[in-house]
Design a protein around this ligand. Sequence first.
Ligand SMILES: *Cc1c(COP(=O)(O)O)cnc(C)c1O
Ligand SMILES: [Zn+2]
Length: 417
Amino acid sequence: MSTLPHVLGLRCRECGARYPEAPQYVCDECFGPLEVEYDYDYIRAHVTRERIASGPWNLWRYADLLPVAADKAVGIPSGFTPLLRADRLGRALGLKHLYIKNDTVNPTYSFKDRVVSMAISKAVEFGFDTIGCASTGNLANSVAAHAARAGIRAFVFIPSDLEWAKINASLVYGPTLVAVDGTYDDVNRLCAMLADEYGWAFVNVNVRPYYSEGGKTLGYEVAEQLGWRAPDHVVVPMASGSVLTKITKGLDEFKKLGLIDNRPTRVSGAQAAGCSPIVNAFVQGKSHAEPVKPNTIAKSLAIGSPADAPYALRIFRETGGAAEVATDDEVIEGICLLAETEGIFAETAGGVTIAVLKKLAQSGRIAPDEVTVAYVTGNGLKTSIVLEGRLAEGLHIKPTLRSFEAALSERQERQAA
Ligand SMILES: *Cc1c(COP(=O)(O)O)cnc(C)c1O
Ligand SMILES: [Zn+2]
């Protein structure tokens, strides 16, 4: 079905069996997950830094390495978000070359716009008229928005205990939102059945091989924005583990294609202590994760049965990276530390990343000289409920000079006490 000269088809990540392009995600031979396979010789002969740099200011500048043609793209142009030098945060943590990849400023304020861009474009190309997802919150926002702009029907499925800000940030685009009494893993199982039953494209189920490729652009962008070089160390939040594996794949592809030097990148992963199946397996030296029942304020990362765990675990081993957890209190401290030092308001997943970055730096698992990139993947306005009662309150005054001065000196006295 592929008309793209650089795409060969789908290939099983476990047994290597090959399939033509289709809305299929499991291998018929071994039930392993399928992945898009590319013709790297073809890509090497066509792609250059100049060709990429002259592309649009969004993720479609990397269309030569993606499974969708730029002129078939539907939804909202996403990506090419800022990579910021974080000198003040770096000084606080003892890191000399720290950067934040600020993916809070995507169209629906999380990195999910990248993966949805791939999935919805491919779903329309396959002829689907309805798109759906199993979501921990951000994915539902993104699917609803991109479907609205593409003019197709959306059904978004979420666990019923999500933050109201994330529920409204889906409903506003007019999808059918389905709140399910259960965990994300329950929602995901239901959606696998619905995909078969109704013949809809579920972005992270039956078109998952295309969906996940969108995560590679977070690797490409960082390399291009660093002046065409790989970082020495990246810290990535993990739910299913997919985006961590795809950032790694993106950097590896740039190295393989000669777009950047073959400098190694250590890849480290971050999870919330209340949902850390991948980190648990890493600490125990296992190659597979045992499922857990999530209990954390980092709801966007609350996947108890992470599909990409074995691949993430292999990446930590092969790159010399680490994996660490953050407690709920550390998540809130991480959100505040990033906000106070760099002016970036991240959601709970960003708090997880910054808290883990801090632990890795303080324990020497990130060296002070490493060029380090922390991925901040979602916006704090959607989870600001977790900060209630946790921030220094503002002053409340009458509209007079006296009232202001009284309130200010009262506050200064309180701080001195
Ligand atoms: C979904 C999500 C992630 C991680 O997703 P993976 O399933 O590991 O690819 C990270 N941060 C935010 C804010 C998310 O919404
Ligand atoms: Zn297989």
